[in-house]
Design a protein around this ligand. Structure first.
Ligand SMILES: *Cc1c(COP(=O)(O)O)cnc(C)c1O
Length: 309
């Protein structure tokens, strides 16, 4: 199976519960910052796939939920992780037990922030660990101790951010849906799992352009490793532009907020700040730098939407 579509939802999952809107809508929008340079802009509305498993989280989680086969799903995240929230929501919808291992032991003694409160309300059991244990969570001994401490030795483990080989293969459908529609596909990257799959699904001549929202310049190697794990080698044409992280994860300076609010007003969609705003800002900057020849069609993937809670 390449990619996941509504038609081939894994049988273990009740299709009425997680039925997605796929392919996600593709909308052309008029934006003079692009038109002035002879560039067409399309929005790939992955934010509309599912009301609770939003955007790329649906594409990445569903193949893993199927593989879990009814076992408890254990995964990892920071205090504001979209991935933890999506996993918790999926657990509630499917009646699957979920456990979230959260970075930051000190959080255990404080009232839950809205993101973690939502996870808990969805039935996710939260387990807080200190930052050094969290950093070592993928090392065998730390992992084994964690699974013992949470009584989860039998659980199905999804890595931080949800990006494993199944998740990456789930995202190839996003590329396939864009075949024939755009020359360049731009998106925000956290773990890079979505980009790794998307690039593999595009047709020759199309390319993916990733905007990392974390600082560090390590993401290229991780995307290559994810493609190795998912496909046995490199796939598709892709590149990263590392200039638009705005200081790092969850940093959203006022200039970025203003940009996002303005983009949302122009085009009538809510712009999520941690990821989507940075990718759109990067895209507008690239167009204004003349990075795309006239006649180019660019699709921006709207990978998520702001919290509605
Ligand atoms: C999780 C998330 C991403 C990052 O996806 P990766 O596959 O980790 O690169 C991008 N955008 C939004 C809105 C997200 O929630």
């Amino acid at each position: 199976m390449v990619g996941v579509s509504g038609a081939d939802l894994p049988r273990a999952i009740d299709p009425d519960v997680l039925r997605p809107r796929l392919p996600s809508p593709l909308q052309e929008v008029a934006d003079e910052r692009f038109a002035r340079h002879g560039v067409r802009l399309l929005l790939k509305r992955d934010d509309l796939i599912h009301p609770e498993l939003i955007g790329n989280k649906w594409r990445k989680l569903v193949p893993n939920l199927a593989a879990a086969g009814g076992r408890t799903v254990l995964t990892f995240g920071g205090a504001y992780s979209n991935h933890l929230r999506a996993t918790a929501a999926a657990g509630r919808l499917l009646g699957l037990p979920t456990v979230g291992v959260v970075r930051g032991h000190e959080l255990a003694d404080r009232p839950l922030n809205p993101s973690l409160a939502r996870c808990a309300a969805d039935g996710m059991r939260l387990h807080f660990v200190d930052r050094s244990a969290y950093r070592r969570k993928d090392e065998p001994e730390t992992r084994a101790a964690l699974l013992r401490a949470t009584a989860c030795e039998e659980a199905y483990v999804v890595p931080e951010g949800g990006s494993n080989a199944l998740a990456v293969r789930g995202c190839t459908a996003l590329g396939e849906e864009l075949r024939g529609h755009a020359d360049v596909v731009a998106l925000a990257c956290g773990t890079g799992g979505t980009l790794a799959g998307l690039a593999a699904g595009l047709s020759p001549g199309q390319r993916a352009l990733g905007v990392p929202v974390l600082r560090g310049g390590f993401l290229g190697a991780e995307i290559r490793a994810l493609q190795d794990a998912a496909f046995g080698g490199p796939r598709g044409e892709w590149s990263l532009d590392e200039r638009f992280h705005f200081g790092g994860y969850a940093r959203t300076p006022p200039g970025l907020d203003a940009f996002a609010a303005d983009f949302g007003r122009r085009h009538g969609l809510p712009v999520e700040r941690l990821y989507v705003a940075k990718s759109l800002y990067g895209l507008v900057s690239l167009v204004e730098e003349g990075a795309f020849p006239r006649g180019t069609t660019v699709a921006a993937v709207v990978t998520g939407r702001p919290d509605v809670s």
